[in-house]
Design a protein. Sequence first.
Length: 399
Amino acid sequence: MTSTRLARTALVILALSMTAVAARAAPPLAPLPPIPEPPDNRTTRAKVELGKLLFFDARLSGDASVSCADCHHPTQGWGIAEPISRGYPGAVHWRNSHTAVNTAYLAKLFWQGDAGSLEAQAEAAATGAVAGNGANDVMEARLRQTPDYIRMFREAFGTVLPQINDAWYAIAAFEREALTQKDSPLDRYLKGDKRALSASALKGKQLFEGKAGCLECHNGPLLTDQKFYNLGVPRPKEFEETGLNQVTVRWQFYQKGSREQMYRDGKDDAGLFFSTARVKDAGKFRTAPLRYIKFTAPYMHAGQFLTLEEVVDFYDQGGGENEFTKRFGNKAKALKPLKLAKDEKEALVAFLEELSGEEIRMTPPQVPKYGVASDVPGLTQAKAKRIGLETYLSTTGRK
Ligand code: HEC
Ligand code: HEC
């Protein structure tokens, strides 16, 4: 190697290690920025109004009995106040129902991070077998049989008749616009109101960013790096004790394409492993965003902890152990016993609660009724197609 090449190599190594150092410094806490609007789904009032009705409308499920709001209830933190979510009738879910609040900002949705947008997420929820279990064509037919929806979809998307894909777009627009809480004590504090946080929360903030090491993963405006870790959260007892939960666990292993051995031996939720098929990812879940958590107990991917105090105790002990940390040694390196004093734990909890802001309240709206189209004498399917839907609708007196 010539000396210039040597020097160049040394420079490259230096630059690389500097980037590594820079990458390690966690982004600071920050107020929430303006609500994002994807270019293909600009937020409009017509979409938000329609999305609100659809969010509360059980038509968007298999047997028209479960709406998004049934698992993301306004009075239960826009989630479900139970460790593991209810499921589609006859089934239970296997994970804790997230809050739908502030999801506008997330790039990776679900505990496993396997949906990339609110639009894609809404469809996955309404069609997933243990959630909405709906068939797209049937749900679309229901919307097309509802005069108010025909009008509202037309206003929001300019279509003659409702298209199911637009339903997911409207729901996403509603979630962005109506389910964002940007005015928490933390936001006010970070914008300069130094009295916005209580003395205890302020002390908690210092611990969060310092001695307790929380900022390493819970950072930036959403308090998540959107990366995945195995904290050694214990296996939910329901997986062991309840038949209906075991059905879902077995089905999830099968449906998510786990390996034969994992299918036979696996007893716990392998999280990110189901997306990557790498054993080092087994038991890893997305760092939870910590906003609105005052209203979203219980905590962790299967609601393993009922209170924030329990969560803080868990971290104080340096996290835990589960099937995957034991088999694959993949517990998050950042976790170690913290030896927090009682008042320090209380301060951390106070800080966590002041990340939430006011509760977002909403009275469930009345969803529109089905309409009956009058018979059109002599109208066959072929003829309806030929004359076009516009004409068909005007003949049936619906325009
Ligand atoms: C039967 C219960 C159920 C129904 C119905 C349901 N969800 Fe969910 N939802 C859940 C559960 C459980 C999770 C977490 C699942 C996971 O991560 O694997 C979740 C996750 C989410 C998330 C992800 C939040 C995050 O932090 O990543 C959003 C957003 C969401 N649901 C919106 C909806 C919408 C919109 C609908 C209606 C189209 C809906 N849900 C219907 C139970 C449900
Ligand atoms: C190594 C990264 C990491 C560190 C450090 C960390 N967390 Fe977490 N946190 C996570 C992950 C990942 C989850 C979700 C884990 C799961 O469900 O299995 C989580 C979940 C939580 C939850 C539950 C949120 C919910 O909606 O269920 C709270 C509260 C929380 N962390 C607070 C803290 C506090 C307080 C600290 C510091 C004492 C801390 N975390 C340190 C990664 C981390």
